[in-house]
Design a protein around this ligand. Structure first.
Ligand SMILES: [Zn+2]
Length: 152
């Protein structure tokens, strides 16, 4: 009888432990607060792209407190104090929105400096982004992979 009780106790502890691990994994996947559902879906797309290109992003993304639309002091996007803020005007232009979001995630997650491609300081016009989006992405993956150590 004592042996059975011990077995049940061990089983109970084991199941708590397993749930505990699952819980931590869930939290790690959704630490950053993204109130806007469209912005959230763009961040999910970005995560999927980074994952499929074998680039780590979790710890870096989880340093960010929030990604939201708001006053961005005349910039299309801002990344500061662990927050990414995007100008609400970007809601009207999906390509500029993606470009700016990826740019700010480049700063916040990989500490990418300004340069060319997506990390250029001035946002290109919509047509330029649209025509070059595939190439811009490929160049961005190379940059992020090079600075992947900044994620940790
Ligand atoms: Zn920038």
């Amino acid at each position: 009888m004592k042996l059975i009780r011990t077995t049940i106790a061990v089983a109970a502890i084991a199941s708590i432990f397993v749930l505990g691990i699952k819980h931590i994994e869930n939290v790690n996947d959704s630490v950053v607060n993204i109130p806007d559902p469209i912005l959230n879906s763009h961040v999910n797309q970005w995560k999927a792209k980074m994952t499929s290109n074998n680039i780590e992003w979790r710890s870096g993304l989880n340093r960010i407190e929030s990604i939201s639309f708001g006053k961005s002091e005349g910039h299309a996007g801002l990344s500061y104090n662990n927050k990414i803020i995007l100008d609400p005007i970007l809601k009207n232009d999906i390509f500029k929105l993606k470009f700016t979001l990826w740019h700010e995630l480049g700063h916040a997650v990989y500490k990418l400096p300004h340069g060319d491609g997506i990390m250029i300081e001035t946002i290109p016009d919509t047509k330029t982004i649209k025509l070059n989006w595939e190439r811009l992405q490929d160049d961005y993956y190379v940059k992020c992979k090079k600075f992947e150590f900044n994620v940790y």
